[in-house]
Design a protein around this ligand. Structure first.
Ligand code: ADP
Length: 540
């Protein structure tokens, strides 16, 4: 039967079959717990309140919020009524936030009370917004810089807990949208369809990927304003997992505490988060129920995977994706015949980005056509499938990325004969020295393998003779010291001589993007002219 694949099904299924499972949120006043039965009623009340505010099918409703129970209610309440959940990245600059709200033509904004100051500077620049709904335990709508403003809880109190959802929506209609940063210019909008996110949610339940199920207690650290928190809230709710939401600005100490007290079995975040958590665990080892730490967004260094598994016995799974792919595209899990390899060989495979998830297709394209899957030839990764976007929302830059029916990812990779992908770099981060490519990612991962190093980012900086040369920007662990020469010596056996960074600078912190990735653009700008004056070129 050709029944439509709709978000409403996930919601109704979860609230019908798992009414006792829980949404657990860290708030300023402590832990709050809602059963799925309560969560279901609150989501329906939200939908009815939005309908009263004039929100109709297809209208965009923006959220400016951390990971908490109200944001989860919006994750379902908005799409189930046929409107579009537009999650806005709260860490962007105000001008970019204003651009995004205008471009998406958001009708209503749901805003955490603590984030209201974000609206202050853009209040006069977002004419499409008809109302602001303030989320929090004690809110004062009069304090909102934009009027009319309402209290979320007051609206819910008046809302209808039995509000009915349409079951006749087109499965290809949009249910969500998220803007992703562009190298230059404004962020680009990605629309998600009901069908795409339904299938992406099924994917997260597969044993070959994350196997999310009712047995799990899942904690998405990855923000709900970024790429659907990797789709975890949708899948976790559908499959009846308990879901733990860590609230505003969770620190590693807070996270470890939640892991322990709530018996979290699966948690997901970017490598910088896992580095921070690792320091906590190293300082104060705990016995945790984590059956899987899911890591993506940037390359997970081999040393990080090893530390979790060997020192803390926590299985660490590396995955890859993009906002444009909903986001999950690959998972790094060993195949049966690889289980008998040596520990080091297994680790090296698992530190790759893994191979394609079922449901997607890929190509590896070099300038000369398809590149061979031999672990050596590099090419750009192209992807397609039901949860891959086919354009940016009303944006002429679509034509540079979506061509011939494929998403051109901008990620350069090698693929081995088994299909395991090793991302070499993003096209824009590769370093071109004397006409040859150097992978900044490989160098970073190797440097982060040094015991004194906490974080490292390698960028190409201008060089009169070689065009570009690698510069290593390194953050040491507290109380550790190492000289540039020692670090270069540490890398020497692992790389050709001309790959070795010409200089090492020590920093207190690597600047991070709004989602916690290394902001290499900032380092490149800062050190653009560093090399010729400071260091002799390394290449022989
Ligand atoms: P942004 O483009 O703003 O960084 P995305 O989250 O959409 O936001 O980023 C997707 C990109 O992040 C990918 O194209 C890739 O370059 C990088 N990425 C994601 N996961 C990994 C990973 N496991 N290893 C290396 N790079 C990754």
């Amino acid at each position: 039967m050709n029944t439509p694949l709709l978000m409403e099904h996930l919601f109704t299924y979860a609230t019908t079959y798992y009414p006792r499972r829980e949404v657990i949120t860290r708030t300023a006043s402590g832990i709050q717990r809602f059963s799925y039965a309560q969560f279901g009623e609150r989501a329906r009340r939200l939908s009815s309140a939005l309908a009263t505010l004039g929100v109709r099918r297809g209208d965009r409703v923006g959220t400016l919020a951390w990971n908490d129970h109200r944001h989860l209610e919006a994750y379902f309440g908005i799409p189930c009524m046929g409107s579009v959940l537009h999650t806005i990245n709260i860490r962007l600059a105000p001008d970019q936030i204003a651009y995004i709200i205008n471009h998406a033509e958001d009708r209503v904004l749901l805003v955490d009370s603590g984030l209201l100051p974000l609206l202050e500077s853009i209040r006069d620049n977002i004419p499409t917004v008809r109302a602001v709904v303030i989320m929090g335990d004690h809110v004062d709508p009069a304090a909102s810089p934009i009027q009319p403003a309402y209290s979320y809880e007051a609206l819910l109190a008046e809302g209808d807990p039995h509000f009915g959802y349409p079951t006749d929506l087109d499965e290809n209609s949009p249910m969500g949208m998220c803007y992703t940063s562009a190298t230059t210019g404004n962020p680009k909008g990605v629309l998600y369809s009901h069908r795409g996110l339904y299938l992406h949610s099924l994917l997260l339940g597969m044993a070959n990927t994350a196997a999310l199920s009712e047995n799990d207690t899942v904690l998405p650290i990855v923000p709900m304003f970024h790429a659907n928190a990797w789709g975890i809230p949708f899948a976790a709710v559908w499959f009846g997992a308990n879901i733990v939401l860590p609230g505003p600005a969770p620190t590693p100490a807070i996270l470890v505490d939640l892991f322990e007290k709530e018996h979290v079995t699966v948690a997901a975040g970017v490598p910088t988060v896992w580095l921070g958590v690792l320091q906590q665990l190293d300082a104060n080892p705990r016995s945790l129920a984590l059956r899987m730490v899911l890591c993506g967004g940037s390359a997970a260094p081999e040393s990080l995977i090893r530390a979790y598994e060997e020192r803390h016995h926590i299985p660490f799974v590396h995955a890859y994706g993009m906002t444009e792919t909903s986001p999950l595209a690959t998972f790094s899990r060993l195949k049966t015949h690889q289980q008998s390899l040596s520990a080091d060989e297994r680790l090296a495979i698992r530190a790759t980005q893994g191979f394609l998830v079922p449901g997607l297709e890929m190509r590896l394209m070099s300038d000369h056509g398809e590149a061979a899957w031999n672990g050596e030839e590099m090419g750009e990764l192209w992807l397609r499938g039901p949860w891959v976007a086919d354009q940016y929302y009303q944006d002429e830059r679509s034509q540079d990325t979506f061509m011939d029916g494929w998403l051109h990812t901008g990620d350069v990779a090698t693929v081995d004969a088994e299909g395991f992908i090793r991302l070499v770099d993003r096209t824009k981060d590769l370093i071109k020295s004397g006409g040859e490519w150097i992978s900044s990612v490989d160098l970073e991962n190797a440097i982060m393998g040094h015991p004194a190093v906490l974080e490292a980012a390698v960028v190409g900086v201008a060089h009169p003779k070689w065009d570009e040369r690698p510069l290593a920007c390194v953050v040491l662990k507290p109380g550790q010291s190492v000289t540039p020469a020692e670090l270069i010596g540490f890398l020497q056996p692992k790389f050709p001589k001309w790959w070795l960074p010409d200089a090492v600078v020590f920093l207190d912190e690597i600047p991070k993007t709004s989602v916690g990735k290394f902001m290499k653009r900032a380092l490149r700008d800062q050190y653009r002219d560093y090399m010729p004056n400071q260091a002799e070129p390394n290449p022989s």
